[in-house]
Design a protein around this ligand. Structure first.
Ligand code: NAD
Ligand code: TYD
Length: 349
């Protein structure tokens, strides 16, 4: 069936994998990628699909109300997969307002425009991509389930929790068909090197120190980004109206154990003496309000929609390291700002 789908934030880390999967898998769909190209958005992530007939890029900001309502009016989308957001916890601590503007106001703008064009039609879908961080933090035991009460602790997670609430409010108040998924920490190709794994891979490559926050005994549940994109595909097509699905890797690691594993693998890949990367570990001041542990119970998604991660962590991590080592130019461009020049060259003539 033909569908016109708006993907927001498609030039970012997860969005680019979602775009690639949908463009290649669903030739009948028209995929429109709306992205502001902030520091985290990079069209170099999509060079392999940029000339496909079923793909289009539109540069724009989700907080621009007039632009968004005109876009929806003109394009008459059948569905929205909403990923555009400010996504880094550390930045949210220093600049919370930007997170409220993009993640909350931007989401409400999209909901308003979708409601205005869809009216009461029930064959539409607003799919919000969210995070497990809305649930707050766990102690040593237990897992986040879909019924865990929201308890966000950082400005990032508070803004994402707020946007989740607005999405559900639109479903209850205006009968808009919606679905939400809350995913754990992603890793893989094309992630901006401010997040733990790409930052540390790049620092090890350049013999720079590895800043471990606090005692390093914080736990995250890691999922390979292509498995997240596959889960989004399944939920988009088979998820039930107004349901929430938790997505996770069944894969908990303390930061320090993960970093030590990464150091070991990097030594091997770079042909360096065993133990040399570990010497770069430097314990630094902790992140304020640092959530102790995230761990997802993703059994609902497995039981109801049949999704499971396709790779083990060892396989995913090896693929990830290989990708960053093979794509030095991508890393250099993104850290030097040259991706803006790429946009000018490709799209702004
Ligand atoms: P990212 O920071 O890599 O990408 C975000 C994208 O949104 C960028 O391309 C950016 O240019 C775009 N964007 C930002 N503000 C915009 C605006 N005002 N208008 C239009 N576009 C804008 O983020 P990511 O890691 O790919 O995360 C994508 C989504 O998934 C986010 O909603 C995030 O909360 C969620 N999520 C991320 C993770 C993770 O581990 N990275 C885990 C769970 C959920
Ligand atoms: P991050 O990749 O920022 O994801 P999130 O905060 O959304 O979980 O961080 C993952 C974990 O790694 C988190 O516990 C913070 C920690 N961390 C460091 O110890 N040092 C760093 O330089 C970074 C970026 C993160």
């Amino acid at each position: 069936m033909k569908k016109k789908i708006l993907v927001t934030g498609g030039a970012g880390f997860i969005g680019s994998h979602v775009i690639r999967l949908f463009v290649n898998k669903y030739e009948d769909y028209e995929i429109v990628n709306l992205d502001k190209l902030t520091y985290a958005g990079n069209l170099e992530n999509l060079t392999d699909v940029e000339n496909k007939a079923n793909y289009r890029f539109v540069k724009g900001c989700i907080t621009d109300k007039d632009f968004i309502s005109e876009l929806f009016e003109k394009e008459q989308f059948d569905a929205v997969i909403h990923l555009a957001a400010e996504s880094h916890v550390d930045r949210s601590i220093t600049n919370p307002l930007e997170f409220v503007e993009t993640n909350v106001m931007g989401t409400v703008n999209l909901l308003l425009a979708a409601k205005a064009t869809w009216k009461d039609k029930t064959d539409k879908l607003f799919y919000h991509i969210s995070t497990d961080e809305v649930y707050g933090t766990l102690g040593d035991t237990g897992l986040f389930t879909e019924t865990t009460p929201y308890d966000p602790r950082s400005p990032y997670s508070a803004a994402k929790a707020s946007s989740d609430h607005f999405v559900r409010a639109w479903a209850h108040t205006y009968d808009m068909p919606v679905v939400i998924s809350n995913c754990s920490n992603n890793y893989g190709a094309n992630q901006f090197p401010e997040k733990l794994l790409p930052l540390f891979i790049n620092n090890i490559r350049n013999n720079k120190s590895l800043p471990v926050y606090g005692d390093g005994k914080y736990t995250r549940d890691w999922l390979w980004v292509e498995d997240h994109a596959a889960a989004i595909d399944v939920i988009f097509h088979k998820g039930k109206n107004l349901e929430t699905y938790n997505i996770g890797g069944f894969n908990e690691w303390t930061n320090i154990d993960l970093i030590k594993l990464l150091c070991e693998q990097m030594d091997l890949k770079l042909g360096r003496e065993k133990g040399s990367s570990e010497k770069l570990i430097t314990y630094v001041k902790d992140r304020p309000g640092h959530d102790k542990r995230y761990a997802i119970d993703a059994t609902k998604l497995e039981r109801e929609l049949g999704w499971r991660p396709s790779v083990t962590f060892e396989q995913g991590l090896a693929k990830t390291i290989d990708w960053y080592l093979a794509n030095e130019e991508w890393m250099n461009n993104i850290t030097s700002g040259d991706y803006e020049k790429y946009y000018e060259k490709q799209y702004a003539q």
